[in-house]
Ligand binder design. Structure first.
Ligand SMILES: Cc1cc2nc3c(=O)[nH]c(=O)nc-3n(C[C@H](O)[C@H](O)[C@H](O)COP(=O)(O)OP(=O)(O)OC[C@H]3O[C@@H](n4cnc5c(N)ncnc54)[C@H](O)[C@@H]3O)c2cc1C
Length: 443
């Protein structure tokens, strides 16, 4: 017998992971609504952290994904990112990040397609369905789409990305119910995404092209981060090492919170990138010269929300916690949201009558964790571009430092980055799952 009907709004990595996670429970029915006319992802890479990989194993898709990864996932100590100081004519090797497990670099489209292939046939996927509004009455949600069509469901999961309509409606609904003006203002202030002062040039660089220009380029063989004042370049091989995923960041944290003038995402001329990083080391120059069809993205984030859920509606992924990409964690956090949410909804004690309580447990478990990762991502963005003011004991003044003294000063930045990222291989989702289930069983 059917327990309840779930509507997932948005078929990005978060929405698809939710559908895959819920497919374990035969008595939950699901409709997936996607605004685009087909399931597409940007042509770029995504790294999967060890903690996220464990969740993908639980979802039963890691085997298919690992066929597409250039490195096989292992749980032993392994080298990961090579850190270099890249913003000078002569670059400098700083350190190699050693982690427990592997970062699994994937092409986004491969990730999304693999998730979609694991959806059960009886789930209904509706493309060209852009949610316009919803109303909640007597524990039922009425959905209305931009094309004028209407549907209903028992639970609405807003996985509709950084510009989420679901978040906007949820925050407006909560604001309308409070008499506290400060709280109402705070809720409404979380609707528009906020510019971080960071922009990124992204491109997929053919490895052969780079090899012919720069045969010993470290980016050809391993994950590499070139750090510099007000910028960082992150590269990693994907698709069996044939493509080098490249993201070149310009960082102005002093502009965070100011309006971004212009399009959030646009094609740019390669000359713009060349002149921005003109003084960087030759390895970087070679990579930038090989960039094809570069896209510039203005990185926006979502302010920390007061809640991820209210009534029978929950937010997930970027809709709930869009963050800076410097921990390579945004999609992974969406996958974690999906797994915890599905565990709670699928639990036999969750019924139509207590859905809102199950969703409030989802909020209690996932909000603090994901917001902490967003904080770590913001700090990582600062550290990788030598902004040190929020970390005690760090100085970004390397003037007059030579040889080992300079490397030692730089190593403080790379070890701070490591400390900020260790959660991703030193912790697992299991304790959160246990906590969620025991909170549910105690209701
Ligand atoms: C430069 C960069 C690098 C990154 N690198 C990494 C990385 O290495 N590792 C990592 O884990 N994360 C990374 N991220 C973060 C990651 O891309 C996001 O966190 C993740 O894609 C969010 O997935 P999502 O499903 O929540 O949202 P989205 O991918 O934005 O999907 C939302 C979906 O909802 C649909 N939609 C929107 N509005 C509506 C509506 N009203 N009705 C119906 N459908 C709607 C959209 O069309 C879209 O398909 C990076 C981000 C950036 C910018």
């Amino acid at each position: 017998m059917q327990r309840f009907r779930v509507a997932v709004c948005g078929a990005g990595i978060g929405g698809l992971a939710t559908a895959v996670a819920l497919s374990k429970y035969d008595d939950i029915d699901l409709d997936l609504y996607e605004a685009a006319s087909k399931l597409t992802e940007v042509g770029a890479g995504v790294v999967v952290l060890p903690r996220t990989w464990d969740v993908l194993e639980k979802l039963g898709i890691s085997e298919d994904l690992s066929k597409k990864a250039p490195q096989q996932p292992k749980r032993e100590q392994a080298p990961s990112f090579t850190y270099r100081k890249g913003d000078e004519a002569e670059g400098l090797h700083i350190d190699v990040l050693m982690i427990q497990g592997r970062l699994i670099p994937l092409h986004r489209a491969e990730f999304q397609t693999t998730l979609a292939l694991h959806l059960p046939e009886h789930y209904r996927i509706h493309t060209s369905k852009r949610l316009k509004t919803y109303t909640e009455e007597n524990n039922t949600i009425a959905l209305e789409f931009e094309d004028g069509s209407k549907e209903t469901c028992d639970v609405l999961i807003g996985a509709d990305g950084i510009k989420s309509v679901t978040r906007s409606l949820l925050m407006q609904s909560l604001a309308s119910k409070t008499t506290d003006t400060a709280r109402s203002d705070s809720l409404l202030s979380c609707i528009p995404p906020e510019w971080t002062g960071v922009a990124v040039y992204r491109s997929l660089v053919p490895a052969e092209k780079l090899r012919s220009k720069s045969p010993d380029n470290p980016s050809l063989v391993r994950e590499t981060m070139y750090m510099g004042k007000h910028g960082a370049i992150v590269t990693y091989p994907i698709m069996g090492g044939t493509i080098i995923n490249t993201a070149a960041f310009t960082v102005r944290h002093d502009l965070a919170g100011t309006p971004y003038e212009g399009s959030w995402s646009e094609h740019v001329d390669a000359n713009e990138i060349g002149s921005t990083f003109a003084h960087w080391e030759p390895y970087v120059q070679a990579i930038l010269q090989c960039m094809e069809n570069p896209l510039k993205w203005a990185i926006h984030t979502v302010k920390p929300l007061e809640t991820f859920a209210s009534g029978h509606v929950a937010l997930l992924g970027d809709a709930a916690h869009a963050m800076l990409p410097n921990q390579g964690a945004g999609a992974g956090q969406a996958v974690e949201d999906a797994y915890i949410l599905a565990t709670l909804l699928g639990h036999p004690s969750t019924k139509k009558e207590n859905l809102s309580k199950a969703l409030s447990i989802y909020d209690a478990i996932r909000r603090p964790f994901s917001q902490d990762i967003a904080r770590r991502s913001r700090l990582s963005s600062q550290i990788s571009s030598f902004v040190s003011k929020e970390i005690e004991g760090l100085s970004d003044n390397f003037d007059g430092l030579q040889g080992q003294a300079k490397v030692d000063a730089l190593k403080k930045f790379s070890s701070t980055l490591k400390n900020l990222t260790q959660w991703s291989w030193h912790t697992t989702i299991d304790t959160d799952v246990e906590r969620a289930v025991s909170m549910l069983e105690a209701l």
